[in-house]
Design a protein around this ligand. Structure first.
Ligand SMILES: [Zn+2]
Length: 232
């Protein structure tokens, strides 16, 4: 893929790190420019002590920026929606489409919009469902020449995380410690780092027997439909 830009779109601070942090390190090593979108402030997912809302938001932004720095992310776009109340509406889709047109990614990472298994309360959080559908539709909107100002941009591939039907396992065995340190930047989310680390390792070791630790995805190529040049 010639265009080495990727955009990872999440609902909350820490979604990307938990879902595909190891894979992000691999893409960074391959020379990709990485951009993040974090749609909500994550203020209601605050696990450690109780602080006023403004402080919770500040803390989660700070943690997200620290994780992004460790990964060498070019920019984090904070959309500042309220946690647990992310609307999948025209406003969100337009914001995402504008970011896609601006950074021009070849690959978009986000939650799998097709996962409707409802087997996991955490994985299938309503904000995750909302951002996955909005991102899918925003990629379509960004391809359209007439819908929004500016040149259209065609994303080449989706890497959906949180899939119930994965078609790709990324070997992140070499990157497991880096992934854990990335997650550790989100201090407000756990009091016991050892417990978190063990939980992550247990999960990532059972996706496939091929690798000691892996992250799972459903990769979807976005193909260009026929254009019949010159046809009246
Ligand atoms: Zn989340």
């Amino acid at each position: 893929m010639q265009n080495k830009v990727l955009l990872a779109i999440s609902a909350h601070p820490d979604d990307i790190e938990f879902s595909c942090g190891g894979t992000m390190f691999k893409f960074a090593e391959q020379g990709y420019d990485i951009y993040f979108v974090v749609a909500t402030n994550g203020e209601n997912g605050f696990k450690i002590d109780h602080k006023p809302k403004s402080l919770r938001i500040k803390t989660r932004h700070k943690e997200q920026l620290a994780a992004a720095k460790l990964l060498g992310v070019k920019k984090v776009f904070f959309l500042n929606y309220r946690d647990c109340l992310l609307p999948n509406d025209d406003g969100l889709r337009v914001k995402l489409a504008k970011i896609i047109k601006k950074v021009k990614p070849a690959i978009v990472f986000t939650f799998d919009p097709a996962n409707r298994s409802f087997e996991s309360v955490n994985l299938l959080h309503r904000d995750h469902r909302a951002i996955s559908e909005a991102s899918f539709d925003a990629v379509f909107a960004a391809r359209n020449r007439y819908l929004l100002p500016g040149e259209p941009h065609s994303v080449k591939q989706f890497w959906f995380f949180g899939p119930d039907k994965p078609n790709h396992f990324e070997n992140i065995t070499k990157y497991i410690d880096k992934k854990i340190s990335l997650i550790e930047k989100h201090n407000s989310q756990f009091s016991d780092h050892k417990l978190m680390s063990d939980w992550v390792k247990t999960h990532l070791s059972c996706y496939t027997k091929k690798y000691k630790f892996s992250e799972k995805f459903r990769i979807v190529d976005i193909t260009v439909p026929f254009v019949l040049e010159g046809r009246k």
